[in-house]
Every structure is written in C-alpha cells, then in structure tokens.
Design a protein around this ligand. Structure first.
Ligand code: PXP
Length: 243
C-alpha cells in the first residue's frame, strides 16, 4: 500500500482569502491524521500566500505522524527549517506569481547550490527529499547529491488525465511509463520514491500500482473533495484507493 501525505496548504488558502483565523491548518492536520494519513505536508512559500510561519511552528508541535516541509532552497527557508526541524524538507523550485509549483528542480544546473543546502539541512538532522521531473538525468543527479528520497513530479500525467480523450489517453500512458521508469531507476539507486502533483481520486490508482512508489503527497484535489464531503471522509476515500 502506498502511503498518503496530506498537503493542507489549501486549508490555509481558504483562511487567507479573508485574512482571518479559520479554518485552522492545525485542526485539519489532526483530522487528517485521525482518518489515517501517514504524514502532513505544508509548503511555506516565500510570499506566505497560504501557510504562515506560525502554522509551521504549531504543526511541528502537534503533528503526530511526520511533518514534511516543502520549500525553496533559499537562505531564509534553510534557516527556518533548521530552527523548526520538520521530519523532512522537500526542496522545490519556486517562482514569483506561479499558481502552483512549475516542474521539478533542475538538479544538474543547480547542483552546487542544492548540495550546500542539503548538507546544511542534513547536518541539522533534517532529512531531505528533492522534487524532480521523471528524467534519468535528474534522478541520477539527485542520487549524486546524496539525498535519501526523491519526490517524482506527476504533473504531466495528471494534466493528461484531467479530461480523457483519445489523445490525452495516449499522453497519459506515455507519462505513466515515464513515472514507472523514473521510479525503477531511483529505486535501483537506493533512493526512496515519493510522488505527487495534481493527483486525483480518478488518476491515483494507476500510479499507486507502481511497486517502487512509497508515498504520495496529495493536496488540492483532496481538499477540494473535503470542502464538499468533509476532510475525514476525503482522507479515508483516498486511503482506500491506495490499498
Ligand atoms: N508535491 C509538491 C512538491 C508540490 O509542490 C505540491 C503542490 O503544493 C504537491 C505535491 C501537491 O500537489 P496537489 O496540490 O496538486 O495535490
């Protein structure tokens, strides 16, 4: 069974829409854990558009499973992480104004910069995961960077499965093959394989059938369902699909 990390950023998005104090990501984390989530993920963005520093501090104290902090490899964020000490940090690229994370890290191009950030985080006792596209070069560079985990970007597969036509079905198949190949390669290089981005109740099963996939980080679609059916039920329904 693939594990489920619930990304609760969009609970904070609803709160920040009114700059008020509800709904509280801490309450969401508690409900997600009680429903069986294996971990809680938040992305502390440089622009603080949803999750705030205080949320991460409170979550560090309250999360009983594992807290995964998504962040850019900036000086500010590395310092934050070394103070908060989440169980894992997932390094992601971040660009001003983007609606969501656009693609994986370029571990080849930014090798030295990433190496410094990874060394500092791991020396501080924080395990590091790298969010990468399903490309051999990126998987190999991640392994050379010495991390233990990669999170493979499922965005291309997810986009192809959003509206099913004959054309997108072929694209989805191809994208799924790439995810499989990247997972097999990463596993053969002794990397643990996580995945995420755009996964939904309709497309997740095919990816969770890839035996090397250990854990998924799922946010938007799960929180969207939670808005209509409740978070407890949304988490339980996702876990059923991952069995
Ligand atoms: N993994 C990473 C690295 C992400 O940046 C995101 C989006 O914050 C997710 C997983 C979750 O994606 P989604 O919200 O589309 O499920």
């Amino acid at each position: 069974m693939t594990k489920l990390g619930v990304n609760i950023d969009h609970i904070a998005t609803i709160r920040e829409a009114r700059k008020t104090n509800e709904p509280d990501p801490v309450a969401a984390a508690v409900i997600a854990e009680l429903a069986g989530a294996d971990g809680i993920t938040v992305h502390l963005r440089s622009d603080r558009r949803h999750i705030q520093d205080r949320d991460v501090e409170l979550l560090r104290e309250t999360v009983k499973t594992r807290l995964n902090l998504e962040m850019a490899a900036t000086e500010e964020m590395v310092r934050n992480a070394l103070e908060i000490k989440p169980d894992t940090v997932t390094l992601v690229p971040e660009f001003p104004g983007e609606i969501t994370t656009q693609g994986g890290l370029d571990c080849v191009r930014h090798f030295e910069h990433l190496r410094t950030a990874i060394q500092r985080l791991e020396a501080g006792g924080v395990a590091v995961s790298l969010f990468i596209d399903p490309e051999d070069l990126q998987v190999e560079a991640a392994q050379k960077l010495g991390v233990g985990i990669v999170e493979i970007n499922t965005a291309r597969y997810s986009e192809a499965t959003l509206y099913l036509t004959l054309k997108t079905e072929l694209e989805a198949e191809k994208a799924l093959e790439k995810l499989k190949a990247a997972a097999v390669l990463a596993n053969s290089l002794s990397l643990r394989v996580h995945a995420g981005h755009g996964l939904t109740y309709r497309n997740v099963e095919a990816v969770s059938d890839i035996p090397e996939m250990e854990e998924f980080n799922i946010g938007h679609n799960l929180i969207a369902r939670a808005a209509l059916v409740g978070l407890d039920r949304a988490v339980r329904e996702m876990i059923e699909l991952l069995k």
